[in-house]
Structure formats: C-alpha cells, structure tokens
Write a protein that binds this ligand. Structure first.
Ligand code: BEZ
Ligand code: FE
Length: 301
C-alpha cells in the first residue's frame, strides 16, 4: 500500500491545478513559477467551465499542431493567432504606458523588414506605380511640442492589390512601399506614396480557418505602418489609419485606436499635382509623431 503522505501529489479532479503546480521544484525561476501558476490555473478553470470533451481537446491540439506546421521564416502563425485573439495588443498596451498626448503604439505585424532603403525627403516609396497618389508630411516632436531632429521614420504598407512586397517576391519590386526617412532640424519629414487600402491578413492557414469558423473576416483597416525612433526617446511602433475605411471598427487584429485615425484630404489641383510629379488628383495627410522621452515613462506607468 502507498504511503498516505504522498497522496497529495496524486491527481484529483477538484484540485487538479494545485496538484500540477505542486510539482514545480524549489529551484524554478520565481517569475516562471508565477506565470505558470496563473496559466495552469486559468487553463484548468477553462476546461472545467466549458466542460471540454475529449474530442474537443483533440481538436484544440490538432489546431495548435497545424499552427506550428504553418510557421516558416516568413510565416509566424502563432503571432497571427496572438494578433487575432487581441493578445498582441493587450501585451503591447500593458508594456507601453506613455504620457498623455504621446503617439500610441499599435501592432507591429509580420511584414517589417530591417534593411529598407534610406530616402531623402519627398522621395516616392511607391515603386509599382499602383494606387492613388499620396503625400505624407508632418513633424516629429517631443511631448512639449519641440522638434526632434534626426528621428528615424521607418514606414511600410501594402500595395493597391492588398499585399506587402515580401508576400509577392518577383511580382512586386523589392522594397516596394517601404523606406526610412529622417526628420530635419524643424522635426519635419515628408514623402510620397499611395493611399493605403484594407487587406486580409494571411488567412490560408489554421488561423484563417478559425476566423471563418467564428464568423469573422480577416481584413485589416487601411493603414501605413511606422516605427519612429530617436536617441533618448521611447520607440513608437504605430500606424496611421485612413478615416474612410469600412473595416475601422472591425480590424481583424484590434489594432485601431481612435488617436491613430488621420485626416486624409483629396486634392484636385493640376498645378500642385504637376509639382509633385503626379498625373491627376492626389491625397494628402499631415501627421505629427509625439515622442515621450525615456525618462518620462516611469511617471506614466
Ligand atoms: C499588418 O498590419 O501588417 C499585420 C498585422 C497583424 C497580422 C498580420 C498583418
Ligand atoms: Fe499592415
């Protein structure tokens, strides 16, 4: 017969999470112990609350297996899963509390590349010539409105067909719709591009199937991505959204924040279009990025 004192370690339905957590050894990292405590308790509670059947649990395991199999150098299906469940936005929000008025973060997404070309002010990043022409201009300033000189603005966006260049290698020109600009002594920047349009996140894998099963679409509200950074300031990973996109209230990855919706104006002025090298009407958007200094962050959290 087994020793009585050891029975606390045997599985019991009513205290299943405690039994599992009781196995964590004394040498485990305290933070890992804390996180696994929360995760295991919530997981056991979810299985109990939803009365998960054996078939349902196997479906979940097969879904996670397929999610792993979908991952490649260019496809991170687990990040996509985190995005569509709103977890990426929650983790970002918890970790980027900034002073009131500073530019807010949103989701990074999988299509940033680290070696985009550097451009001069006014250059056109739209290399495939598709879409409605757009001029983006504005300033990078600190929370007191003072110019931030030498800030790096790393921008990328999908093309008129709804794809990033890295999704269409050999179809779009390399580095289409991406580039790096620098703010001048007045904090100013400007460049030419095309008006972004909404597009679906990659939905040919398990995450896409899950969205369909949930009656959800995969579409992202139209946006330009930016990473804006300068020495001594908190790096901002953000978007500018167009105000007329039907998917603003139902962005597939919950990336829309009210403060990131810009005012895009259509300009029908042949003389100005000619000055800018455009053939017809074009769009303009003015957008300032407000950076918080590193030493302003503690006060905000
Ligand atoms: C994007 O905006 O590029 C994106 C964000 C999350 C998932 C997929 C794409
Ligand atoms: Fe995007």
């Amino acid at each position: 017969m087994a020793e009585r004192g050891k029975e606390a370690a045997y599985f019991e339905q009513d205290r299943s999470a405690d039994v599992v957590l009781g196995r964590i050894g004394p040498g485990a990292d305290p933070r890992l112990r804390e996180i696994m405590g929360v995760v295991v308790r919530h997981l056991h509670a979810a299985v109990r609350e939803a009365n998960i059947t054996s078939d349902e649990w196997m479906t979940a395991i097969q879904f996670l297996t397929a999610t792993g199999h979908m991952c490649t150098e260019w496809r991170q299906e687990f990040i996509l899963l985190s995005d569509v469940l709103g977890v990426s936005m929650l983790v970002d929000a918890l970790n980027h509390q900034r002073p009131e008025g500073s530019t807010e973060n949103t989701v990074l997404g999988p299509f940033h590349v680290s070696d985009a070309p550097r451009y001069a002010h006014g250059d056109n990043i739209c290399l495939d010539g598709k879409g409605e022409p757009l001029v983006v201009r504005g300033r990078v300033v600190d929370t007191a409105g003072r110019a931030v000189e030498g800030a790096t603005l790393d921008v990328w966006q999908a093309n008129e067909d709804g794809f990033y260049d890295v999704q269409q290698k050999g179809i779009q020109p390399d580095f289409n719709l991406r580039g790096i600009f620098e703010s001048d002594a007045q904090g100013e920047y400007w460049f030419r591009s095309c008006k972004p349009r909404w597009y679906p996140i990659p939905d040919d894998g398990p995450v896409g199937k899950m969205l369909t099963a949930l009656g959800r679409h995969p579409n992202r509200a139209a946006h330009l991505h930016f990473i804006v950074s300068a020495p001594g300031y908190d790096r901002v990973v953000t978007h500018i959204f167009t105000p007329d996109c039907p998917y603003l209230p139902e962005d597939a990855v919950f990336g829309v924040k009210h403060s990131l919706i810009a005012d895009f104006q259509k300009v029908d002025d042949p003389a100005r279009a000619a000055e800018l090298g455009f053939e017809g009407p074009f769009w303009t958007v003015e957008w300032d990025f407000i950076l918080a200094r590193d030493n302003e962050l503690d006060a905000a959290s």
